[in-house]
Each structure stands twice: as C-alpha cells, then as structure tokens.
Design a protein around this ligand. Structure first.
Ligand code: SF4
Length: 198
C-alpha cells in the first residue's frame, strides 16, 4: 500500500476504540488477536442465524410495524473518502427512507453504549455514501431481550465518528499506547491478558 493510500479503518475499530482505546494499539499496532471465548463463538453463530432469518422476512425483524421495501444483509462497504470500511449487518429501505440495523447478541443495556452507537453510526455513514442518501435513523437490535432501539442519526454523531477515525489513525501512526483507565469493562475485556493494567 502506498503512502498516499492510508489503510482503511474498520467500523469494528470504532467499536473497539469506544470500548477502550488501548485495544486499537493491541490489535492494529501489535497485531494481537482477541482470545476467542465460547460466548464469541456463540455470538458468531447467532449473527449468521440473524442474517439467514432476515433474508426471508418482509418486515423489519418480522415485526408488524415497519414495512420493508428492500433489504440487504451482511453488506460489505468501503469508502476512500471516509477512510472507513465494514460489513453492515442490515440495510433496509422503508417507506420513510433507508435505515441501518446493527445486531447485538446481548441483552439491552440500561443506556445505549458508545461502542454500539458509534459502530452503527459508522456503518450508517458508509451506507449514506454508497446509496447516495441521507440516513435519518439507525437501529440496534438486542437479540437476548428481543428489543430494537431506534436512534436518530445526527450531525454531531457523524462528526464524532470522523473524530474517532482521526484518533484511531493517530494511535496507529504514532504507535503510542493510550493510558490505561481501568473500569468495570475490564472484566469482560478480551485483551486483559495483554493489557495487564486491570
Ligand atoms: S483490560 Fe481494561 S484497560 Fe485494558 S484494554 Fe481492556 S478495557 Fe482497556
């Protein structure tokens, strides 16, 4: 890859950054892989099952309220302009316009987690560019609780995704490990073994 073509940032990097910026250093600078746990294997299978079911359905998640005119699952997109790439769980065209659905195997958290929000927003921006449209809503679907959370897509969310891409690029280019901020998240972090700070 030439210097004029910086590596694309993955939407999953946006999620990782918002979970903990140190993970970007471990994965993108050191090339460390997350330790695969049983729940991750379960998560991948559940994800594949979600895509399978959704290909057959004509409404959003089989619900009665949101009619879907067209649907794309596991859609691979990239944007040189945004410096971003990713595989979008689902894009739907409804009578109100396009929307993005991000699938999570977990139960609904008390409030939307920044890592889930900005990952879904990154996919939304990829969809906006690819479909030459403005996406006004994004959804996060929590499988264990069967809940679909609707979030309005705003300019400030878009700006924050761009800011995050810049922060990720800076960690990669400067090869600088962000300081540790141990928190409750460390318990479920798949990089704890390499972080050694929590
Ligand atoms: S163990 Fe904690 S501080 Fe270390 S990478 Fe994971 S979340 Fe970040």
């Amino acid at each position: 890859m030439s210097e004029e073509e910086p590596e694309l940032i993955a939407a999953t990097d946006i999620k990782r950054y918002h979970f903990c910026p140190r993970i970007i250093y471990f994965t993108r600078v050191l090339g460390v892989e997350e330790r695969t746990t049983e729940s991750e294997v379960e998560g991948r299978e559940a994800h594949a099952e979600f895509h399978r079911k959704e290909r057959r359905r004509t409404t959003l998640l089989g619900g009665k309220t949101i009619r879907v005119e067209q649907k794309w699952t596991a859609l691979q997109l990239k944007s040189e302009k945004l410096g971003l790439e990713g595989i979008v769980d689902m894009v739907v065209k409804t009578p109100e316009g396009y929307a993005v659905v991000e699938y999570k195997m977990t139960t609904t958290p008390k409030r939307i987690m920044p890592d889930h929000l900005y990952q879904a927003a990154a996919y939304t921006m990829l969809v906006e560019e690819a479909f030459k449209t403005i996406v006004r809503k994004l959804y996060v679907y929590y499988e264990k609780s069967g809940r679909l959370i609707e979030i309005p897509m705003t300019e400030s969310i878009r700006r924050h995704v761009l800011w995050t891409i810049g922060r990720i690029r800076s960690i990669i280019e400067n090869e600088k490990l962000p300081p540790a901020k141990p928190s409750g998240k460390c318990k479920s972090c798949g990089y704890r073994w390499v972080c050694r700070e929590a």
